[in-house]
Design a protein around this ligand. Structure first.
Ligand SMILES: [Fe+2]
Length: 231
């Protein structure tokens, strides 16, 4: 009796083992020794979320700057030039290129969320135009008309990107995992990391975040407790 059960158990274990090896995703789960998380890196989704967060912080600079300029304050134009340069170099030149090349292409190939992806890509192009406009107007914003035109371009960026980023965070980035095997998802994290170094250099996110933080200080929004409603 014991011998029979032992044989059956061995057969079941053998079958399960063969299934694991035949299914790449399951095989990796059985041997989860090397992933982005265990290597101390960040996953593709974590990177996309992190970079989206920096974009939102640039929008907060646009919003606060626009409000203060609209209220008649004199603000150093280089704040807007530097914020728009960060938008151009970090958001358009790196973050959105990664989305277009490595993320949206996969959704289109698999026929998932294609309509939404088309809209998001058209919005990237529209965002670049608004950034060019801010860069063009910021040095000349001493005159009333040009200052107003720059405020409108910054407001348009905010109107464009807030729902854009929200949709990516809730719909697109979470669905990315479902298009890939665990190995492919892990590999994408490595590809995006390498791409960041090639496009922007080593430790570029930390440098960009420090640059944004310095601009937040100059425009007076670095202490976020000011946004808590007073009871
Ligand atoms: Fe995007």
């Amino acid at each position: 009796m014991d011998v029979t059960l032992g044989t059956r158990r061995r057969r079941l274990i053998g079958t399960a083992g063969a299934l694991l090896l035949a299914t790449p995703a399951l095989a990796q789960q059985a041997n989860p020794t090397k992933t982005k998380a265990t290597e101390g890196g960040i996953t593709a989704t974590e990177r996309l979320m992190r970079d989206s967060g920096l974009l939102l912080r640039i929008l907060a600079i646009y919003d606060a700057g626009g409000r203060r300029l609209g209220g008649g304050e004199d603000i150093e134009p280089t704040i807007f030039t530097q914020a728009a340069e960060t938008m151009r170099d970090f958001v358009h030149g790196y973050h959105e290129k990664q989305q277009d090349e490595y993320v949206f292409a996969r959704f289109k190939k698999s026929g998932r969320m294609v309509e939404l992806i088309d809209v998001l890509q058209a919005q990237h192009a529209a965002g670049r135009k608004l950034t060019d406009r801010i860069l063009e107007l910021a040095p000349r914003s001493a005159t009333k008309n040009e200052r107003q035109a720059m405020i409108e371009a910054m407001q348009a960026s905010s109107v464009l990107y807030r729902p854009h980023v929200a949709r990516e965070l809730t719909d697109v980035w979470p669905a990315l995992r479902t298009l890939l095997t665990p190995n492919e998802f892990d590999e994408l994290g490595t590809i995006l990391e390498k791409d960041e170094v090639e496009k922007l250099g080593k430790d570029s996110f930390d440098k960009m975040a420090k640059k944004v933080e310095a601009l937040e200080k100059r425009i007076g929004i670095n202490d976020i407790s000011q946004f808590t409603p007073k009871s």
